[in-house]
Design a protein around this ligand. Structure first.
Ligand code: OAD
Length: 251
């Protein structure tokens, strides 16, 4: 993988960067992706596990699956890609970090203000009163958990198929995409909308759009450049380049 002169220049000049991350960013931490050869959706049907109807039909089954995923994300650690994004945030005046991931690894790597479009698996909330459960970060449920306030069913605080994205977070993501000089689409297959429309919005507004992925995706035809490789290898290289440019700036 070589970084083009053009991208070097953009990286060193950019005042505003927007990144969109997907499951591929956490792959090197050991969290399975959704659509790869070993992807989650190869083994399970999303409509049986990741929809409100499925939850109401069989809350115990849905909780068993989410408890397993909570256990996985609790056992793994952020990787070099997550840490590189935390560093990138401090190297640019305006940084918008949008993620489709629910695994909380960005926050654990020190990223601040991450816009979590699909929620966060470490939180739970009541389907009746909407209040969040306390200390749910640590809890792996063995039975269907109930709300401590009203006794309603608790659900994972994630966005299921057929549900709307958190409106404020999506709005801020769109604004970030419109404002940025450089948009990075990292470790996402780019097929789940509306998140997948963000790189297109950025391009339309004049940003350089670059994708990082070991393979070409549905998005590839619409970006300026695809950096073929793992995010854990490529992102630290981009950060190094950014640091060099800041180092050489006249004071
Ligand atoms: P996908 O599983 O669809 O795509 C993961 C992408 O990561 C693929 O394009 C892989 O090629 C790429 N990838 C794998 N290893 C990588 C690595 N080391 N470095 C960089 N990229 C790598 O995951 P998402 O695009 O995140 O939604 O999926 C989007 C949404 O679909 C998810 O948020 C989830 C799912 O259904 C909900 O749950 C609502």
């Amino acid at each position: 993988m070589t970084i083009s002169e053009k991208l070097r220049e953009v990286l060193q000049r950019a005042d505003s960067i927007c990144v969109l991350t997907g499951a591929g960013l956490s792959a090197e931490s050991g969290v399975p992706t959704f659509r790869g050869d070993d992807g989650i959706w190869k083994k399970f049907k999303p409509e049986e596990l990741a929809s409100f109807d499925a939850f109401i039909r069989n809350p115990a089954l849905v909780w068993e699956w989410y408890s397993y995923r909570k256990k996985v994300v609790g056992e793994v650690k952020p990787n070099a890609g997550h840490y590189a994004l935390a560093q990138m945030q401090d190297l640019v005046a305006d940084f918008t970090h949008v993620t489709q991931n629910v695994d909380n690894l960005h926050a654990r790597a020190g990223c601040r203000g991450v816009l979590e479009l699909h929620g966060n698996i470490t939180r739970s909330l009541c389907i009746d009163c909407g209040r969040h459960a306390g200390e749910s970060t640590q809890v792996i449920f063995t039975t269907v958990p109930k709300c401590e306030f009203c006794g309603g069913l608790l659900r994972p605080d994630v966005v299921w198929f057929g549900e709307l994205l958190p409106a404020a977070a999506f709005e801020q993501s769109v604004e970030g995409a419109r404002r940025c000089d450089l948009f990075l689409s990292i470790g996402t297959s780019g097929v789940v909308h509306p998140a997948a429309s963000l790189p297109l919005i950025a391009r339309e507004a004049g940003a350089s759009v670059v994708e990082i992925n070991p393979v070409y995706t549905d998005l590839s035809a619409h970006v300026h450049e695809t950096l073929l490789g793992k995010s854990g290898d490529i992102l630290p290289q981009l950060v190094t380049l950014m640091k060099e440019s800041h180092h050489h700036e006249p004071t």
